[in-house]
Design a protein around this ligand. Structure first.
Ligand SMILES: Cc1ncc(C[n+]2csc(CCOP(=O)(O)OP(=O)(O)O)c2C)c(N)n1
Ligand SMILES: [Mg+2]
Length: 312
């Protein structure tokens, strides 16, 4: 009992140390964050269009900031994509930055605890992909369903799970979100419709289609986001799920987190076609920069398009 408490204390100390050292606390947030965002936007922009462009922003008297997004969306079976201009404000920017920092610092602490063998079994870290979770949540509400694969720490925190529940679960404690029985790969948040945390690659599209079927059957106005990695992109069950989802017009959004690797295998070694948003001739898709939150805010517009949809 004492041992488990001291382990949790250690985790909390590691996490708070991380937060103290974060640019948010040291007052460098605005400058550092802005530079990084611009850098990432420029890099993605260059990747997409072959030339670098800066995002331009205009601040109104009310404090609202209009940001013009220089990255063009790649569209599949859609005549028009999300708007290239978004409105935000300082509070919103600080909130998304804080949410991402919490995920990043939690993952750094988890990495340390895993290497000290205080987290046993699997530990799949999410650092580097924070923007997907935080951006996705800005387009969804907790009445919508979310289901993901085993890299689920960031998605759990994004869904409103607490850092305490996360670390308790990682260390196999009863206070964890799955009573300490699931561990890293099987985080849950039933109240906020987060359905896990699945270790078998490629399971989330069919399970997500089932959740979406339930929403349609019960005539709910919500959607299901089924998240999977590029490593699952060639699986048979994905194509079966897509067929039924399209046939029954289910409110399913397939979110592909393409980090270009499935374990240690680069995508070009395993996939004939390395894009995912345009793989099926009857499902519309959008490719967006997963490092740019302002882009992801626009993913809310997928609510207005025909379901099912794919977002990468
Ligand atoms: C059905 C199945 N086959 C193989 C594995 C072993 N496996 C674990 S992770 C992984 C790669 C998954 O890559 P990706 O979906 O891109 O996820 P990422 O790790 O990049 O987040 C594989 C093949 C598995 N878990 N399930
Ligand atoms: Mg991958």
């Amino acid at each position: 009992m004492n041992g488990s408490k001291s382990m949790l204390k250690l985790a909390a100390a590691a996490l708070s140390k991380g937060l103290q050292e974060s640019p948010l606390k040291s007052g460098l947030a605005e400058k550092g964050n802005f530079c990084r965002t611009v850098f990432l936007t420029r890099r993605y922009s260059a990747e997409c269009s072959g030339k670098e462009t800066n995002p331009t922003s205009k601040k109104s008297d009310s404090g609202e900031i209009d940001v013009e997004i220089p990255v063009k969306f790649d569209l599949h079976l859609l005549e028009s994509g999300p708007s290239q201009v978004t409105t935000t404000n300082k509070e919103e920017l600080m909130k998304i930055y804080t949410d991402m920092q919490i995920i990043r610092r939690a993952e750094i602490a988890a990495d340390m605890l895993f290497k000290s063998q205080m987290i046993r079994g699997f530990c799949h870290l999410y650092d580097g992909q924070e923007a997907v979770s935080v951006g996705l949540e800005r387009a969804l509400s907790y009445d919508d369903n979310v289901i993901t694969a085993y890299r689920d720490h960031g998605i759990f925190l994004g869904r409103g799970g607490t850092v305490f529940e996360l670390f308790s679960e990682l260390m196999g404690k009863r206070t964890g979100c799955a009573l300490g029985k699931g561990g890293s790969m099987h985080l849950y948040h039933r109240e906020h419709n987060f359905w896990g945390g699945w270790g078998i690659v490629g399971t989330t599209p069919p399970l997500g289609a089932g959740l979406a079927f339930g929403q349609k059957y019960e005539k709910k106005p919500n959607v299901t986001a089924a998240i999977y990695g590029d490593g699952a992109g060639n699986q048979g069950q994905l194509f079966e799920a897509q067929n039924l989802a399209a046939l029954w017009n289910l409110p399913l959004i397939l979110v592909i987190e393409n980090n270009h690797f499935g374990m240690g295998t680069a995508e070009w070694r395993s996939s004939k076609k390395t894009t995912h948003y345009d793989r099926v001739s009857y499902i519309p898709g959008i490719k967006m920069g997963w490092m740019c939150l302002l882009l992801e805010k626009h993913s809310s517009s997928v609510r207005n398009i025909v379901f099912p949809a794919r977002v990468r």
